[in-house]
Design a protein around this ligand. Structure first.
Ligand code: NAD
Length: 734
C-alpha cells in the first residue's frame, strides 16, 4: 500500500494499526486523498488473512477535527458548474453520488468482515467521529482534551456520513437529537456513560486496549447489523415513539425557529431513518445531506464561520511586511468592568500584564476579577489551583504608571470622557518608550480625535472589545487617520495571541458593530412606541434569528447607556439625528422611572429574586397605545429588525468603514449575533439579491420612514446585479 497520511503496521497477533498522521498539518482532516487511502486500508485488512482486525488511531495531539470544509465547498461549486453545463438532473445525480462517498466508505469499513476499533485521544469531531462510529469498538483517553461530537450544525450542515443514523441507534432518540441540534462536544466519561463510546483508558493505553478488544472479538459486527437489534427508544410508530416525536418537533421549533434547514434535516433523517434498516437509513441521510449542502444557509455559514473566520484569525488583514511582534508585556489602564476582563484574557494567553488604575484599591479590584474567573473554572474542574496562581502572578496591579515601562502595548479602558482619556494618554506616553503601541478601548469616541492628544499618533490605534470580554470573540481594530502599519500589526498580533477574531475598520462614530446593533435596539424601541405588544417584539427578534430580542439586549447593555449615546449623538450631529419617539422612551425609562436595565434589576424587564425575568407591566402605561396582536404583521417586524442592521452594514461598507465583506459578516455574527444562518449582514443582502433587498427597504421606508432608505451603492448594485462578494472577488482578481 502506498500511504502518505497513515502509518500502517501489523503486530505478531495479526492486529493492524493505522496511525492517521497527515504530513504538513497540525490537525488530521478528511480529504479526498485521505478517503482513497482509507479505502485501500479497508481492502487490505479485509483481504489479508493474517490480519484479524485493525485499530485506527492518530499520530497527532488530537484525533481529528473532521472533514475539510473547503472540500465540501468545492463539491457545491462542482454542482453549480455542472447544473449550468449539463442541467439540474445530471448535476444533482453526480452531486448526490459524490456527497455520499464518505458515508459509503464508512459503511464499507463497518461491513468488510473484519472488526475495526478507534483509539481516540483529543478532539474527534464531525466526519472523524462518524468514522469512529462505524468502527465496532471505540476507546477514548481520559484526558481533559478528549471530546467526541458532531458539531456540523454550527456551520449549517449536519452529520452526513452516517452520524444521524448511528447516533440515533446508540442513544435515546431525545439525547441523540439534542446532541446533534446543539453540536455538543462530549467528554470521555459522559461519552462512555451514554454509550457513545465503549471504554475510557489512560492515553498511553488506548491502542493496547483497542487491540485487546479486537483479539477477543474477531467476528464483531455493529449492533444494528445483528439479528434482533432493538432501537434504544423503541420503534418510531410505537407508544414509546409517540411520546418522543411530537415534543421533538416542538423542541426543534423552540431551538431553531425553523431558520436552520440542517436542523430540520437532522429531525427528518432520524425520524425516517429509524423506520428503515441501516443501509436505507444511510441513503435517506445522504439525500438530505445533498440537499442541505446546496442550501444558501450552509454555503454562507461555511464561508463566514469557517473559511473567513480562519482567514481573519490567521491575519488576513495584517501588513505582511511588518515582522511578527514578540509580545511579552501588555499594560491595561483602567481596571473597571472592561479593563479587568482585558487583563484576564491577556494573562490567560501567557502574557505579562500591568494593570493600572487611579489607586491601588481600584487596581486590586480589577485583578480580583481574574481571581474570580479562574476560581469559577476550578469549581467546574476546568482549571487547577496552580493555574490560578500562575495566572495571577502574571498580573501586576498598581497605581503607578511607571510600571508600564517596557510594555509592548498599552490598552486604555478608562472612563468614556475625552478629558480623562487625554490625561491618561499623556501619562502613559511619559512612562513608555517610543515603540510602545497605544490602543484605546473607547466605544463611542472617534480614535482620530483621541489621537490628536498623542505625541505619537502613528502608534495610536483603537482596540475595541465587547463585553463580557472573556466570552466575546470579536475585537474591532480601528485605524485612525495617522495610525501606522506597525501599530496595526501589533494590534492584530495581540488579538491573535489572546485567541480572539479581529476585524479592521476605519474610524467613525460607533465604528461598525455598534452602529448595526444600535439600529436593532432603536427598531425595538420604535416598535414599542408604535404600540406593538412587547412580547411580540421580542418574539420577532428571536424568530428572525437573533439570540435575544431587542428589549432584552438593551437591558443587558444598559438602558441609560443607550440614552447617553443618543444624547451624545444629538449634541454632535444635531436634533435631526435622533428619533424623538426613541428619545422620549429612553428619557422616560431612565429619568422618570429609573429603569436602567439588568444592572439595577429594572429595565424593559423585571428581574425578580426568584423565578425568571418578565416584561415590565409598566411598559403599557409608558407607551399609552397598544395594538391588538392581530393588527401586527410578524413577518414585517422580523424584516424590520434584520433589514435595519444589514442596511447599516451596507452604509458602513459604502463609507469605507468596513472594507471587506468577510469582516462585515464575521463581525456581525460573533459581535452581535446577527442571524447566523444568513452568514452575516452582507451575506444576508447578497443571498436575497441587491434588487430584492432594495425593494424591501423602499417598501419599509414608505411605511416607516427615511431610516430604511437604501444607500446609493446598494441602489447601483440593484441595477447592475452586483453582489458584495462578487465585487470583492473581482477586485482581488484584478
Ligand atoms: P468602568 O467605569 O467600569 O471602568 C473605568 C475604570 O477606569 C475605573 O476603574 C476607573 O477607576 C478607571 N479610571 C478612570 N480614570 C482613570 C485614570 N485617570 N487612570 C487610571 N484609571 C482610571 O468603565 P468600563 O465599562 O470598563 O469602560 C471603560 C472603557 O471601555 C470606556 O471607554 C468604554 O466606552 C469602553 N467600552 C465599554 C464597554 C462596556 O460594555 N462597558 C464595551 C466596549 C468598550
Amino acid at each position: 500500500m502506498d500511504l502518505t497520511n497513515f502509518r500502517f503496521e501489523t503486530d505478531s497477533d495479526g492486529i493492524a494499526t493505522a496511525t492517521w498522521d497527515m504530513p504538513g498539518r497540525s490537525m488530521n482532516v478528511i480529504t479526498p486523498e485521505l478517503m482513497a487511502e482509507l479505502d485501500a486500508i479497508i481492502d487490505t485488512v479485509a483481504s489479508t488473512e493474517a490480519i484479524k482486525g485493525c485499530v485506527i488511531t492518530s499520530g497527532k495531539a488530537a484525533f481529528s477535527g473532521g472533514a475539510d470544509l473547503t472540500m465540501l465547498q468545492g463539491l457545491r461549486d462542482l454542482y453549480v458548474g455542472l447544473a449550468k453545463e449539463k442541467g439540474e438532473q445530471v448535476a444533482m445525480q453526480s452531486f448526490f453520488d459524490e456527497s455520499r462517498k464518505l458515508s459509503q466508505l464508512y459503511r464499507k469499513l463497518e461491513t468488510c468482515g473484519k472488526p475495526f476499533a478507534a483509539a481516540i485521544h483529543g478532539v474527534c469531531l464531525g466526519g472523524a467521529f462518524e468514522l469512529a462510529l462505524a468502527c465496532q469498538y471505540r476507546v477514548v483517553s481520559d484526558d481533559a482534551s478528549t471530546r467526541v461530537g458532531l458539531p456540523e450544525i454550527k456551520v449549517g450542515l449536519f452529520p452526513g456520513a452516517g452520524g444521524t443514523q448511528r447516533v440515533a441507534r446508540l442513544l435515546q432518540t431525545g439525547d441523540a437529537l439534542q446532541m446533534m441540534f446543539k453540536g455538543e462536544q462530549v467528554k470521555a466519561l459522559p461519552a462512555r456513560n451514554t454509550g457513545l463510546v465503549h471504554a475510557v483508558a489512560a492515553r498511553a493505553d488506548i491502542v493496547q486496549n483497542a487491540k485487546d478488544w479486537l483479539k477477543a472479538n474477531p467476528t464483531a459486527t455493529a449492533p444494528w447489523d445483528q439479528k434482533g437489534f432493538k432501537l434504544p427508544s423503541n420503534k418510531v410508530y410505537s407508544p414509546a415513539g409517540m411520546q418522543i416525536w411530537p415534543p421533538a418537533n416542538a423542541i426543534y421549533r423552540r431551538e431553531t425557529n425553523d431558520n436552520y434547514p440542517a436542523a430540520r434535516a437532522i429531525l427528518s433523517a432520524v425520524y425516517e431513518g429509524l423506520q428503515l434498516p441501516i443501509d436505507l437509513g444511510l441513503k435517506v441521510e445522504s439525500r438530505y445531506f445533498a440537499k442541505i449542502l446546496r442550501t444558501k444557509e450552509a454555503a454562507s455559514m461555511i464561508r463566514s464561520l469557517f473559511v473567513s473566520m480562519q482567514e481573519l484569525n490567521k491575519g488576513a488583514r495584517r501588513p505582511a511586511d511588518v515582522p511578527p511582534s514578540k509580545l511579552k508585556k501588555v499594560g491595561v489602564v483602567g481596571a473597571g468592568f472592561m479593563g479587568a476582563g482585558i487583563a484576564y484574557v491577556t494573562a490567560q494567553a501567557g502574557l505579562e500584564v500591568v494593570l493600572v488604575d487611579r489607586d491601588q484599591e481600584a487596581a486590586d479590584k480589577g485583578k480580583a476579577y481574574s481571581h474570580k474567573l479562574v476560581s469559577d473554572q476550578i469549581m467546574k474542574g476546568r482549571a487547577k489551583t496552580a493555574d490560578r496562581d500562575a495566572l495571577l502572578s502574571r498580573i501586576t496591579a498598581t497605581a503607578d504608571y511607571a510600571a508600564l515601562k517596557g510594555c509592548d502595548l498599552v490598552v486604555e479602558a478608562v472612563f468614556e470622557d475625552p478629558k480623562v482619556k487625554a490625561e491618561v494618554i499623556a501619562k502613559v506616553e511619559a512612562a513608555v518608550g517610543p515603540k510602545t503601541i497605544f490602543g484605546s478601548n473607547t466605544s463611542t469616541l472617534p480614535i482620530t480625535g483621541l489621537a490628536t492628544t498623542s505625541q505619537r499618533p502613528q502608534n495610536f490605534i483603537g482596540i475595541h472589545f465587547f463585553s463580557p470580554v472573556e466570552k466575546m470573540l470579536l475585537v474591532e481594530v480601528i485605524m485612525a487617520r495617522k495610525t501606522g502599519k506597525k501599530a496595526l500589526a501589533m494590534a492584530l498580533d495581540f488579538v491573535r495571541a489572546i485567541k480572539k477574531t479581529p476585524i479592521v475598520v476605519n474610524d467613525t462614530r460607533g465604528f461598525y458593530a455598534n452602529r448595526c446593533v444600535g439600529n436593532y435596539l432603536r427598531e425595538g424601541h420604535l416598535m414599542l412606541m408604535e404600540g406593538v405588544p412587547p412580547a411580540m417584539i421580542e418574539a420577532a427578534g428571536k424568530q428572525a434569528g437573533m439570540p435575544v430580542g431587542p428589549l432584552s439586549l438593551n437591558d443587558e447593555v444598559a438602558v441609560d447607556l443607550a440614552f447617553k449615546v443618543l444624547k451624545a449623538t444629538k449634541v454632535q450631529l444635531g436634533d435631526g439625528a435622533v428619533d424623538p419617539a426613541q428619545e422620549k422612551l429612553l428619557s422616560d425609562m431612565v429619568e422618570k422611572h429609573g429603569r436602567l436595565g439588568r444592572k439595577n434589576k429594572k429595565g424593559f424587564y423585571d428581574y425578580p429574586e426568584a423565578g425568571p425575568k418578565r416584561l415590565w407591566p409598566g411598559l403599557a402605561d409608558l407607551v399609552g397605545k397598544r395594538l391588538a396582536p392581530e393588527q401586527v404583521d410578524m413577518e414585517e417586524l422580523q424584516h424590520r429588525l434584520l433589514v435595519t442592521q444589514a442596511l447599516e452594514a451596507a452604509r458602513t461598507y459604502e463609507e469605507g468603514v468596513v472594507t471587506d465583506p468577510r469582516e462585515a459578516d464575521v463581525g456581525s455574527i460573533i459581535g452581535f449575533g446577527f442571524a447566523p444562518y444568513s452568514g452575516g449582514t452582507l451575506s444576508f443582502i447578497d443571498n436575497m439579491g441587491a434588487a430584492a433587498f432594495v425593494k424591501l427597504c423602499e417598501g419599509l421606508a414608505k411605511k416607516h420612514g427615511e431610516r430604511f432608505k437604501p444607500n446609493r451603492q446598494l441602489k447601483r448594485m440593484a441595477k447592475t446585479g452586483e453582489s458584495y462578494y462578487g465585487a470583492a472577488a473581482a477586485k482581488a482578481a484584478a
